[in-house]
Design a protein. Sequence first.
Length: 154
Amino acid sequence: MEDVLNSHNKQEYPPMHTAEHLISGTISRMLGCARPFTTHIERKKSKCDFRFDRNLTEDEIHTIEQTVNQAIAAQVDVTSELMPHELAAQTFDLGRLPDEAGNGPVRIVRVGEYDACPCIGSHVENTREIPPVRIISTDCTDGVLRVRFKFDKN
């Protein structure tokens, strides 16, 4: 599995990719929905698509930003571990892993105690490397909630 992870390691911008983990985990817990089914991670701005039936309210947007930025400010370590596939499948949705990952061990990325999910991408070592984030827009069409975010330069 390690060879699969290394050969398919996505080259997203690590601070933005780790911020996506925090946003995705926060939204999933807050709204009771699955993690995003698609993400597009870029250096300047990124987006996540969730299966959800409505747009976010201004209060929800504010709460998500505040929660994510508190997690960033906590300056926690970002670690990874290999978990047996069977155990990972009982704990996490493995649907977004590449087919080449097979049934071998699954890499789980943990952002302190705040978030954990399977991932093959690049991440920061500690959340202190992530600037504060701001949700710049959201919309919901045909059961897809799209959340766009960037780093807050204030």
